[in-house]
Ligand binder design. Structure first.
Ligand code: CP
Length: 297
C-alpha cells in the first residue's frame, strides 16, 4: 500500500515506469484489469479534468467508482468532519482520491486511512498526478524530459501544479528552468530553496522565450488569494498571445494544467506549440497506469 501525496513520492525510475505503462495502455499492449476493485472520489473542491479523468481511468481498468465530486448532498453538510468522511470511504473502497482546499489535507487523510490516498490537489500545496501528466506530455513530444529548457509562467505562488512540477523536475535533468511571473506571484522561497537545480527568475517572458522548449502556463489562482483586492490589482497582468508565440522556437510547446481563464489567448490554440488539450487527454492513460499500479501493489 502506498499513498501519493507529493511528487517527491516518485523516483525517476517510477516516473519512467508510469510513462512506459501509459504507452503500453495507449498502444493496446496492456489491458489492465483490477477485477471490480472500488475507487473513491472525495472531491471537497471543484474539478472538471481530475475528477472525470480519474473516473474514466477507473472504469477503463475494470474498477468501480463511488464517492462525490461536491460536498453538496453528503453528510459534510450535516457537520461530519474530514477524517470521519475519509474513514467511511476507507471501509467501502480500495483507494481514495482526495481533493481539498486545505494544504496538507491529503497527508492528513493518509494518516487516518489504511487504504492508499491519492492527492488530487490540496490547497496551494501539491497536485502530483498533474505533474505526471505534464511530464508524460513532455516525454511524448520530445521523447525525454532531460536536457530541455522549461519556463513556468504565471501564478507561481499559489498554483499547486507549479510546486508539484518543480519537485518532479528534481527527478530529471532539466537544462534550464525559468520562473516568469509578476513580482507578487513569485514562486515560494521554501519551494525554490529545496530544489537540486538552479532557477532563473524573470518578470518579462520576452527576456527568455526564444530559449524555451516547454512553456508551462498557469492561471491566477483567484480562490487562493487571502485578499480579493490583491487579486483585482494583478488579474490579467500577463497573457500568452500570438505575438509571444512568434518568438518561440518552432518545436517548443505550451502546456497548461487548465482550467484557463484569460492567460492564453484563444487564437494560440491553433498554433503548433499549443499542446494543453493533448496534455489533458493524457490524464486518462497516466491515471490508469497509476491506479493499476496502486491497486495491484
Ligand atoms: N488540472 C486540473 O486539476 O483541473 P481540474 O481542476 O478541472 O481538475
Amino acid at each position: 500500500m502506498r499513498h501519493v501525496i507529493s511528487s517527491y513520492d516518485f523516483s525517476r525510475e517510477e516516473f519512467h515506469k508510469l510513462f512506459e505503462l501509459s504507452d503500453e495502455i495507449l498502444g493496446g499492449k496492456l489491458k489492465p484489469n483490477v477485477n471490480g476493485k472500488v475507487v473513491s472520489l472525495a472531491f471537497f473542491e471543484p474539478s472538471t479534468r481530475t475528477a472525470t479523468s480519474f473516473a474514466t481511468a477507473s472504469w477503463r481498468i475494470g474498477a468501480k467508482v463511488i464517492g462525490f465530486t461536491s460536498v453538496e448532498g453528503t453528510s459534510v453538510e450535516k457537520g461530519e468532519n474530514f477524517a470521519d468522511t475519509i474513514r467511511m470511504l476507507e471501509n467501502y473502497s480500495e483507494c481514495i482520491v482526495v481533493r481539498h482546499k486545505f494544504d496538507g489535507a491529503a497527508k492528513f487523510a493518509s494518516e487516518v486511512s489504511e487504504k492508499p490516498i491519492v492527492n488530487a490537489g490540496d490547497g496551494k500545496h501539491e497536485h502530483p498526478t498533474q505533474s505526471m501528466i505534464d511530464l508524460y506530455t513532455v516525454y511524448k513530444v520530445f521523447g525525454q524530459v532531460d536536457g530541455l529548457n522549461f519556463a513556468l509562467f504565471g501564478d507561481l505562488k499559489y498554483a499547486r501544479t507549479v510546486n508539484s512540477l518543480l519537485r518532479a523536475l528534481t527527478r530529471f535533468k532539466p537544462k534550464k528552468v525559468f520562473l516568469i511571473s509578476p513580482q507578487q506571484l513569485r514562486a515560494r522561497r521554501e519551494i525554490v530553496q529545496e530544489l537540486n537545480y538552479e532557477v532563473i527568475e524573470r518578470d518579462n517572458p520576452y527576456d527568455v522565450i526564444s530559449d524555451v522548449d516547454v512553456l508551462y502556463v498557469t492561471r491566477i489562482q483567484k480562490e487562493r488569494f487571502p485578499d480579493e483586492m490583491e487579486y483585482e490589482k494583478i488579474k490579467e497582468s500577463y497573457v500568452v498571445d500570438l505575438k509571444l508565440v512568434e518568438h518561440m522556437k518552432k518545436d517548443s510547446i505550451i502546456l497548461h494544467p487548465l482550467p484557463r481563464v484569460n492567460e492564453i489567448d484563444r487564437r494560440v490554440d491553433k498554433t503548433p506549440q499549443a499542446k494543453y488539450f493533448y496534455q489533458a487527454s493524457l490524464g486518462v492513460p497516466i491515471r490508469m497506469a497509476l491506479l493499476y499500479t496502486i491497486l495491484t501493489g
